[in-house]
Design a protein around this ligand. Structure first.
Ligand code: ADP
Length: 497
């Protein structure tokens, strides 16, 4: 690692906080209650800013603004080409402000600045351009009829979309949610995660600069059980899209059902297998498995958190995985060359350390790591456990931290059963040179994404979503449009068929 001592003197971010209020109907406003909450720097636990704390009344105001913007326009009534131009102009503006947005993201979230600047903000831009491209290519069909009728479908926006996002990829998930909703002509109330409210406010300001009409996108910072639940329960919200834990996803679905049966899409947790087959080039497999688990401090719903390794290459793999984890560059995320910053907050930090203790107690072999890194903030040492068994807690629960669990397997049928033996089904990784093995595994694994000889490829056109308890629906790609469109059948009699 880099030296822990350096963490005592955190690097000053090159950005100032300009927006800390709620964005309702195109204006930054205080919460109705006047309350604020603190957003913290995960490097130190120090306060970055006091942000307006939205609650029921603010959600009501935001939904009223979104409702008006939808019902009276201009947004859904504009030509698709006009909507597209605003989205493209916005993408250009974000690109121009890349470094400032990236710095804010790293400050609030703790992820390495180089990743924010080179991956997350560019991906944000890419998603907006991608969905801007779809805006004027959405159309219905003309259908054959059994009688003298003209039959067609209109693909219409759903209405007011409530969107709730987590803290692990605040910008990317903003884009996955907001871009398709806007492209299809919906209006939005977005509730950001309480840990990371800042970057969404900055980019939303730029979206208005690009010409977004007032009320089309409203951003309410605040907590889940208050602001989030109010959004899910609102009778005037037509659709809710949620990304977060499976536990909270169940609450969201319940609230939607209890209120107005609003449509729901959910992107939830995972415990994704990463399978290293016997023919694998071990060095490459180690590197990819390392990336699959440790990327973003292990805070990925897709994290390859069960590393299954064939017994023939197991010992070599474990030794090399340990060496790789020990070399991982952990430190101040604003420092160049860092691969890993702090975890998001003290709650996650404590939870991860608890899982590490559980791994030790349950008899897994701690190869490296196993403790906090430094004495300040929420840094955790890259940790590798070997000899992990399927029934251990660390092999079953989503840890959401830099803790790799390596499990041994003997043959393909066995690993298919074990890989699928989880309530989750978000993603899976396969590492092999054998096309037959790849074909067998890609079909057998019950997961929304299977990455073969790669991992965490998140192109705009690739759909993502969960099998089983990892979610409902797909985001990104053409599939992602479905979340924000409804189909109207129109039938007219034909006088002269
Ligand atoms: P995590 O454990 O990763 O924070 P959560 O599912 O709790 O995952 O949080 C994801 C998002 O869901 C956050 O924006 C959070 O505020 C929100 N949230 C949490 N609880 C609720 C709830 N009861 N209703 C609606 N949204 C919620």
């Amino acid at each position: 690692y880099s030296t822990a001592a350096a963490l005592d003197d955190p690097i000053k971010p090159n950005v100032s906080i300009q927006y800390d209020k709620l964005l309702i109907n195109g204006k930054f406003v205080d919460a109705a209650s006047g309350k604020t909450f603190r957003t913290l720097d995960p490097r130190t636990g120090d306060v970055i800013a006091h942000v307006a704390e939205g609650d029921l009344e603010d959600i009501n105001r935001a939904v009223a603004a979104a409702r008006k913007a939808f019902d009276e326009g201009p947004w859904p009534k504009m030509t698709a080409y006009e909507r597209q131009k605003i989205m493209l102009k916005f993408a250009d503006l974000v690109e121009k402000h890349n470094d400032e947005i990236a710095a804010l993201e790293t400050w609030d979230n703790g992820k390495p600045y180089e990743q924010s600047a080179q991956i997350e903000v560019p991906m944000f831009v890419r998603i907006f351009r991608y969905y801007a491209g779809w805006a004027d290519k959405i159309h219905g069909l003309t259908l054959p009829a059994d009688g003298p009728h003209h039959v067609q479908t209109l693909h219409e926006p759903i209405g007011v979309a409530g969107q709730i996002i987590p803290w692990n990829f605040p910008l990317m998930l903003f884009a996955w949610k907001v871009a398709p909703a806007l492209a299809c002509g919906n209006t939005v109330v977005l509730k950001t995660a309480e840990q990371t409210p800042l970057s969404a406010l900055l980019v939303s300001k730029l979206l208005h600069e690009a010409g977004l009409p007032d009320g089309v996108l409203n951003v309410v910072s605040g907590f889940g059980p208050t602001a989030g639940a109010a959004l899910c329960s609102h009778m005037d919200v037509d659709k809710v899209a949620f990304t977060g834990s499976t536990e909270t996803g169940k609450i969201v679905l319940k609230l939607a059902a209890k209120s107005n049966l609003k449509q729901v899409t959910l992107e939830l947790g995972g415990k994704s297998p990463f399978i290293v087959c016997e023919d694998a080039d071990v060095d490459k497999a180690v590197e990819l498995a390392h990336f699959a688990l440790f990327f973003n401090q292990g805070q990925c719903c897709c994290a390859g958190s069960r590393t299954f390794v064939h017994e023939k290459v197991y010992d070599e793999f474990v030794e090399k995985a340990k060496t790789r984890a020990m070399k991982r560059a952990v430190g101040d995320p604003f420092k160049a060359g860092m691969e890993q910053g702090p975890q998001i907050d003290s709650e996650q930090f404590k939870k991860i350390l608890k899982y590490i203790s559980s791994g030790k107690e349950s008899g897994a072999t701690l190869e490296t790591g196993g403790d906090r890194f430094g004495t300040k903030g929420y840094y955790i040492q890259p940790t590798v456990f070997s000899n992990v068994k399927d029934d251990m807690l660390i092999a079953k629960d989503e840890i959401f931290g830099p803790v790799q669990s390596v499990l041994k397997f003997k043959d393909i049928d066995e690993v298919i059963k074990r890989a699928n033996n989880t309530p989750y089904g978000l993603a899976a990784g396969v590492f092999t040179k054998n096309i037959d093995t790849a074909n067998t595994l890609m079909r057998a694994l019950r997961a929304g994404t299977v990455w073969i000889n790669c991992y965490d490829i998140f192109d705009a056109a690739i759909p993502i979503g969960g099998y089983k308890m990892s979610g409902i629906g797909r985001e990104k790609g053409e599939y992602g449009l479905k979340n924000y469109l409804q189909v109207k059948a129109v039938v007219t009699p034909l006088k002269n068929p």
